[in-house]
Structure formats: structure tokens, C-alpha cells
Write a protein that binds this ligand. Structure first.
Ligand code: PRP
Length: 218
């Protein structure tokens, strides 16, 4: 058998939702991931090696070819430069959006807005397209605090249910991007291991369709 395909997996909700699709495609870790501190798992079938990491690192591993395939959110892809990889398919899971948000009823200064976010590239691109002068301040989490503390006028962050915004007295403003889980492939791997990669994509597609059901999950 040839070398296993290396699949980089975004830990957390994306991983939890992806494992059943992977199992339906005939790939299961050699030990239950939920109970383990390990980060690298062989698959029982020997076709894949599964590596668990933070979402923002998945595009990096795939772009450099350290992983053949990556499973991560569109948000991390939008934030990466996208070199060296193909965004090949959506899994329809972990749907949410990147939005701007501010304290309810906030009045903004006429000049340069200050935006706090971990999506620095997304925010810069969006406000440049809008023709707005902004200063983007990089934070690594808990963005909701920034307007409350006077650090920024607005935040740019993931919004799912909107509960976190509401709990902190903020409201969503512009929807900047719709997000869901994507399958990305290293460019060289897609050429060199075309048959194996396409076979895996086909079985994932079938698993996604089966999960959605005959009505497409509507
Ligand atoms: C994200 C985001 C918000 C929250 C939004 O955080 O940063 O805080 O989810 O979800 P809601 O609209 O359903 O309340 P996450 O839990 O992913 O952790 P993070 O701070 O590491 O991004």
C-alpha cells in the first residue's frame, strides 16, 4: 500500500462534525480521538494519517505540503494567503458568518474607525473595498470586550447564534463573509496523488449527500 494521505484537522466543532463523514468514507482513527491527548493518529484502514491542530494552522500545513488535505473553516482560509492549496469542496457544516459588530446604538466617529479582530486580513480587505479608513487592531480572542473597554469602535468576528454579542451588549452590523467547513488540498498532492485524493473526495461527497438526505437537508 502507498504512503497514507496526511489529513490536517481543525480541532473542536469542525473535527467533531467531520469524524462521522470520515468514518462513512471508511477512515477511522486507530484510537478514539475524544479520549486521547495524542495529536497524530493512524487510520485503521492505513489509507490516512490524521493530525489534529488549531484551525489557523491547517492552511499552513497544507500550503507547505506537510499535509496533503486539510479540513478547516472558510474563515481561516480567507485569513491565509491561499498560496499552494486548492479550496476543493464544502462540507456544509459549521455554518456561521464573519460580521462587524458594535455596542447597541453606537455612534461612530467621523474619522478613522478602530476595528478589533483576529481576522486582520479579512477586515483590512473589507474596509478597503468599502473605501473606509480604518485602523485594525489584532486580538486573539474575546473580541467582544474591545468596544466595552474603549479599545475599538467595532469588532469583526464570527457570529453564529448571536448569543455572545447579545450577552455583551453588542449587535451585528455588516455580514462580511459566509463561513462553513471546507476541504483544502495541497497543489502538488492533487497532481501526484490524484487518484487517492479524488477517491477520498468522492466518498466524502457521498457521505455529505447521505447526511443531507433526499431533500438536501432543507
Ligand atoms: C466564536 C466567536 C464568538 C462566538 C460566536 O468564538 O469568536 O465569540 O463564537 O458564537 P455565537 O454567535 O453563537 O455566540 P469561539 O467559541 O469559536 O472561540 P474563539 O474565541 O476561540 O474564536
Amino acid at each position: 500500500m502507498s504512503e497514507p494521505l496526511t489529513i490536517a484537522l481543525n480541532r473542536g466543532r469542525i473535527l467533531d462534525e467531520f469524524l462521522p463523514l470520515l468514518a462513512a468514507s471508511g477512515i477511522e482513527p486507530d484510537e478514539p480521538m475524544a479520549d486521547s491527548r495524542r495529536l497524530v493518529f493512524d487510520s485503521k484502514c492505513g489509507r490516512a494519517r490524521l493530525v489534529v491542530m488549531r484551525g489557523a494552522d491547517v492552511p499552513t500545513y497544507v500550503a507547505y505540503g506537510a499535509a496533503d488535505i486539510g479540513i478547516t473553516g472558510k474563515d481561516t482560509l480567507l485569513e491565509s494567503d491561499g498560496d499552494g492549496l486548492y479550496d476543493r469542496m464544502g462540507l456544509g457544516s459549521a455554518r456561521c458568518r464573519i460580521s462587524s459588530a458594535a455596542p447597541v446604538g453606537a455612534v461612530f466617529p467621523a474619522g478613522r474607525l478602530r476595528i478589533a479582530t483576529k481576522f486582520v486580513n479579512v477586515a483590512k480587505r473589507y474596509y478597503a473595498e468599502q473605501g473606509r479608513q480604518v485602523e485594525v487592531i489584532r486580538l486573539s480572542g474575546a473580541m467582544e470586550i474591545a468596544p466595552l473597554m474603549g479599545l475599538a469602535d467595532l469588532i469583526v468576528d464570527i457570529v453564529d447564534t448571536g448569543n455572545t454579542l447579545r450577552a455583551n451588549g453588542l449587535e451585528a452590523l455588516d455580514t462580511i463573509a459566509h463561513i462553513s467547513t471546507r476541504v483544502i488540498i495541497n497543489r502538488a498532492s492533487l497532481k501526484m496523488r490524484f487518484v487517492e485524493v479524488e477517491a477520498l473526495l468522492d466518498s466524502l461527497r457521498a457521505a455529505v449527500d447521505a447526511r443531507a438526505g433526499p431533500d438536501g437537508g432543507a
